[in-house]
Structure formats: C-alpha cells, structure tokens
Design a protein around this ligand. Structure first.
Ligand code: NAD
Ligand code: LMR
Length: 334
C-alpha cells in the first residue's frame, strides 16, 4: 500500500504528473492538493481503471493535512512558473513561501514521507524545505530530493540529436550534476553511455552549443510558450519517472542510481563530494544510490575533463548564494 500526494496538482505540471502517478502500479492511493480545482482533477482521474484510489483536497478545513495524512511520497510542483525575461530566482519570493507552508503541512501530517521538490528555484527551495522541517523536528535528509531529472532527460534527447540519431535518445545516459539553473546545470558529456563520438566532443563549437542547450533548455520552452508558462509535460514525465525510481527503491526492493539535488550530509560520500568540487557546499545534485530509506549512498562525480572542471567551478560559484538564500528564508507570519 503506497500513498502518493501531489501538491499543486491542478497546475500545468500537476495534472499530467497526477495522471502518470495514477498509472503507476505501485501507487494504491493518490491524493491531490491544490488551492484550486483539485477535487475536479481527482474526480476526472478517478474514472481511470487502475488500482490507485484518488481524492482531491482544497485548503479549507485543513485540506492540506487531510491530503497529506499518512503519505509515503509527496511530489511538489506547486508555485508560479517563469515568463520570458525571468530567471528561476525571480520566482523565489512567491515560491519559497508556498514551499515553507507545504513543508510545515508535511511535518504535521506526513513526517516520514519522501519529499520530491519540483518548485523553482530548486537550488533554493530544497534548502527552504530542509530548514522548515528542521524547525519542525522531523528533517530526514535521506528523503528530501530536489528533482533535476528534466536536465537528465534533456541531455539524452539533445545528445542523440547532435549525434544524428534522435530516435536513440532513450539509449543515452548522461549524468547531470550541480544544480537546476543555467550555469549550475553541469552535464557530464565525457561520461555519456554510449560514448559521444570524439568528432563531436573535440569540436569546440558543437560541444559548447550542446552544453548551452542542456543548461538553458528551460528557457527554450519558456520562450516558445511566449508568456503561457514553462515546461509542464516534459517535467511531468521526468517527475513521474523520478518518483517511480524512488518508489521502486523504497517499496520494490531495488537499489537504483540517479542524480538528485540533495543535502550532502544525507549519507556517506557527501564529504568526498565536497573534496571533488573543492567547495564546502551544503547541497549539490549528485549521483545518489536510492534504497528502502531513500539516499543510502552518495557516489563520486568521477572522472571529468578540463572543460567540465571549468564548468564545475562556475556551477559552484553560482550555487553558493542560491543555497544561502534558501537557508536564510524567513516565511511571512500567517
Ligand atoms: P502552474 O502555475 O501551471 O501550476 C502551479 C500550481 O500550483 C497551480 O495549480 C496553483 O494553483 C498551485 N499552487 C499555488 N500555490 C499553492 C499552494 N500554496 N499549495 C498548493 N498548490 C498551490 O505552474 P507549473 O508550470 O505547473 O510549474 C510549477 C512549478 O514547477 C514552477 O515553480 C516551475 O518553475 C517549476 N518547474 C520546475 C521544473 C524542474 O525541473 N524542477 C521544471 C518545470 C517547472
Ligand atoms: C525547466 O528547466 O524547464 C524548469 O526549471 C522551468 C523553467 O523555468 O525553465
């Protein structure tokens, strides 16, 4: 029996993500929470003939706590998205407040749940969750996971396209570490499996363009949607994929490795990452080994080349202040 909750379930990401979770055979109960339309979306999904039983909740009458009660996994795509000309950091003031409120509700109603944070700016909202949960006395860094999966998905799509075999996108695995915003997104092209042909990696213009497209893929969607939001469908797929990895590890006895933006104190290996990146950052997207209780090991970044080392230095420089901003956030009194 696995209860999953989506907070922000009526939104552009929330609706398709809730649909994909309704189709996940590991989910037996699906609870949708939003400030608007969650009962409507829940009723719609409830007609699908898969096992998960669906219910929707609005804020009235402690709706958040009712939605979250006894949850095993909570996915958070609640908050405002970007418009053209905005950075993810421009969303901080609004979304940090929403995240702190939801973190408190999770602390009250589902203190043992896995928390998967999609709301931007992820580099700062994950620390906001951590600080709120610490104050509430129920912070478990092994179960707080910033979702950077869309960067991994984009990396394989864009690499396959540059290689000239776009249909092979699912065959590519390219680790993406660092954070989830511009220069903090560090795709490790030299670790691609299968290997990216040397003719591409050694062509500086092609390589720079590939890295840039992965780092700024979000802007590509924001521009194309022209004021009507940011990535929603690709994010829903990426979020549902990541949620499934967490569920497979927690409830189906599998040990799986992916990347996620986490507290480096979450498990063994975090101190080694600080040495690898040459900085004492509290959060970083790293290779995580997921098990029954969440992050069970933090694995090394491994071999990178000089160009990736330069990108790493830029990522580290930008991440520090974003983390600090999240750690220092004080929610407005209710
Ligand atoms: P959206 O506006 O379509 O949906 C957001 C939903 O959140 C809305 O339905 C809204 O009513 C709801 N909401 C607002 N305040 C809430 C609260 N206090 N409690 C519960 N629900 C609340 O936006 P979207 O396109 O779905 O994007 C959501 C967030 O995800 C944005 O911050 C966006 O930047 C981020 N995002 C992250 C990634 C990533 O890779 N991590 C990718 C895409 C988008
Ligand atoms: C993305 O990468 O698509 C998201 O972070 C949304 C955005 O603002 O770009």
């Amino acid at each position: 029996m696995v209860k999953a909750v989506v907070c922000g379930a009526a939104g552009g990401i929330g609706q398709p993500l809730s649909l994909l979770l309704k189709l996940n055979p590991l989910v037996t109960e699906l609870s949708l929470y939003d400030v608007v339309n969650a009962p409507g979306v829940a009723t719609d999904l409830s007609h699908i003939n898969t096992p998960a039983q669906v219910a929707g909740f609005l804020p009235a009458d402690n709706g958040a706590e009712k939605a979250l009660a006894g949850a095993d996994l909570v996915v958070i795509p609640a908050g405002v998205p970007r418009k053209p000309g905005m950075t993810r950091d421009d969303l901080f003031n609004v979304n940090a407040g929403i995240c702190a409120t939801l973190a408190q509700a999770i602390a009250n109603a589902a203190p043992n749940a896995f928390i998967l944070v999609i709301s931007n700016p992820v580099n700062s909202t994950v620390p906001v969750f951590a600080e709120t949960l610490k104050k509430a006395g129920c912070y478990n860094p092994k179960k707080l996971l910033g979702v950077t999966t869309l960067d991994i998905v984009r990396a394989s799509t864009f690499v396959a396209s540059v290689v000239g075999q776009p249909q092979d996108a699912p065959k590519y695995t390219i680790p993406v570490v660092g954070g989830h915003s511009g220069a903090t997104i560090l795709p490790l092209l030299t670790q691609s499996e299968p290997k990216i042909p040397a003719a591409i990696l050694n062509d500086q213009a092609k390589r720079d363009a590939l890295v840039n497209r992965i780092q700024f893929g979000g802007d590509e969607v924001v521009k194309a949607k022209d004021g009507l939001g940011s990535a929603t469908l690709s994010m829903a797929q990426a979020g549902a994929h990541f949620a499934n990895l967490v569920l497979q590890a927690a409830f189906a006895g599998k040990t799986l490795v992916t990347q996620s933006y986490i507290d480096l104190n979450a498990a063994a290996g975090g101190e080694d990452i600080k040495k690898e990146i040459g900085a004492d950052l509290a959060y970083f997207s790293v290779n995580v080994e997921l098990g029954r209780d969440g992050v069970q090991n933090i694995l090394p970044i491994g071999n990178i080349d000089d160009q990736e080392r330069t990108l790493l230095a830029a990522a580290v420089k930008e991440l520090g202040p974003s983390i600090e901003k999240g750690v220092q956030f004080t929610p407005a009194p209710p």
